[in-house]
Design a protein around this ligand. Sequence first.
Ligand code: ADP
Ligand code: MG
Length: 706
Amino acid sequence: MPVLKKKPATVAKKTSKTTRSAAPTRAEKIDDKLIKLGLRSDMDKVLHLPMRYEDETEIKSISAAGFIFGRPVQVEGVVTSCEVAFRPRRQLIVTISDDTGQLVMRFLNFYGSQVKQMAEGNRVRARGEVRHGFFGAEMVHPSYKMVIEGAPLPAALTPVYPAGEGLSQTILRKTIGDAMARIEWRDTLSDKLRAELDLMPFEPAVRMLHNPPPDIDESALADRSHAAWVRMKFDELLAQQLSMKRAQMARRAKGAAVLPTIGKLSRAFLKQLPFSLTAAQQRVLEEIRADIRQSFPMQRLLQGDVGSGKTVVAALAAAQAIDSGFQAVLMAPTEILADQHFRKIAGWMEPLGVNVAWLTGSLKKKEKLEAKERIEAGTAQLIIGTHALIQEDVQFAKLGLVIVDEQHRFGVSQRLVLRNKGVDTNVHVAQQTIPHQLMMSATPIPRTLAMTYYADLEVSVIDELPPGRTPIVTRVIDQNRREEVIERVHAAALEGRQVYWVCPLIEESEALQLQTATDTHQTLVEALPDLQVGLVHGRMKPAEKQEVMDAFTRGEIHVLVATTVIEVGVDVPNASLMVIEHAERFGLSQLHQLRGRVGRGSAASVCLLLYQGPLGMVAKQRLGIMRESTDGFEIARKDLEIRGPGEFLGARQSGQAMLRFADLETDQWLVDRARDLAQTLLRDDQATVDAHLARWLGAREDYLKV
Ligand code: ADP
Ligand code: MG
């Protein structure tokens, strides 16, 4: 029977070819873990550089070690006793001695094998901090190894690598050492270039960082100012600049819908706005207008602080697309926000004869179908919606402009999907055009950071708020003064002001967060019997959320208890008091976003940040920043100082930290040089560009955040 015969044969072949049997081998398990760390190729491994070093090149006598405090030392001795004690708790107590004295090693967690290893008379080399405890001089959980007398000491500092779960330093050292023996060391930068830039050659720099000689300047190594580090940082930045510029050239080589017409709609729209644009809005609008007139796709990030009026600028860009005979789409991260945009923009545009469609996940099947038909037929000129826009299999008839609000809430791939829905696949690839892209964000990313982290992105900034806003007063208040805060809420509501009460963020458990929100709601309902207290949270159905938001907008709810679902975009101008519980748990940008829900009308607004004491230094500092500043950019800058770029951008945005070695703040001078060299190389020396990118990007093409 051919079937029976065939089957085992295939299996056998597969196994031998990929050496992958049902249960992964030890080597395969290690490989998987290395891949999780981003280490696939030999070069990836070689470029996995130590985060610090241990000095095992020297042995101190035990008596001398007793006088070294606050840093690890290495000693060597012979075991004179080894016993398991049971009081005050189970532990392994090993005494070693050399000619000068004796020292106790204590292990609170240990294996039976360790007890055997450290039998009396065996020789141990141990490294740790010496303390003077109950047993005299002691090391708790030192790192150690068994040695024979006269075993040689390492000649270089011992590297300590960033490790993933289940990867020991021993495995990493061996893996990296093996990879170093296999790679081709050729320098990607010529002698001449290196001389001009005063850079160390590649191979000695890498080798030095993996195995630094004991006499190296350790502080230069630690703060990464050593020439070997400078070379690595420069190479990394050069790769990043090259890939960015290349992406930019690739974009410019693509076609886009030309949207040149500032016509009837644009003019009528501006005329009927109840306000005039601020100078900053005017300026960024001109930047966008110029971009979308071009025949290659715009890729622009519109940044503006909370409340700076990005929506109207986006709507005007959409008007230009429509005036030019194309469709425009606006995608928002939440249903609440999409709905708000829809009402506002449809309210402006529909009276001017624009056909606006609405597509979200909560629509009924029939309504979705109807919306899709209008989009595909091209009758819908402006389309507003949520993720549903990318999830539903809708193809746009003639999409010219994609607008993504609160872009940091979306992944790169989601934005790409939306953009690609505008590509007309019926025409030949060479004629396909890509829609222009406008991304908006109120999470202000400092400019240098934006330019370095996001590949090929133009940035426009609205740096001024519309006139007539009264600044928000922020107070930082201890949680145990909650009673007073509730009093204040009561008084404000009686004056006709509306209040947001934001529940604590509980990152580790959504269920718990929900519970807290319901509890808080209950407490406030009881404490404020004469007021209407509403509740909105992420687990509610979109329609339910909408109902509550509507009631709040109409002023029928005085106090709205909310989880962070109200964080982005929500615009209810009559709300002028905001209470945020456990403010110390939020990120600064998030606090700023939340606070931005008030201060939208002319009434003086107040934000009360409740915290649970006692606060640590950093927490105090951070809440202090919130109290002192209402400028989103300033807050972002400070936040960046405290947290560093990786964490600042958040996992969603930065993916893995894209720059491993260089630091944008301290290495700005290197960024500038790398940028200049990238320019020259792309013009004159394609071979070097290719070699350098192959080495540094490897599998991780995504220095690029499109
Ligand atoms: P954001 O930039 O946070 O998205 P919005 O676009 O929601 O801000 O605008 C905030 C509020 O300011 C809205 O109610 C909007 O209508 C109003 N607004 C926008 N531009 C102006 C302006 N130039 N003058 C007065 N009010 C404006
Ligand atoms: Mg907005």
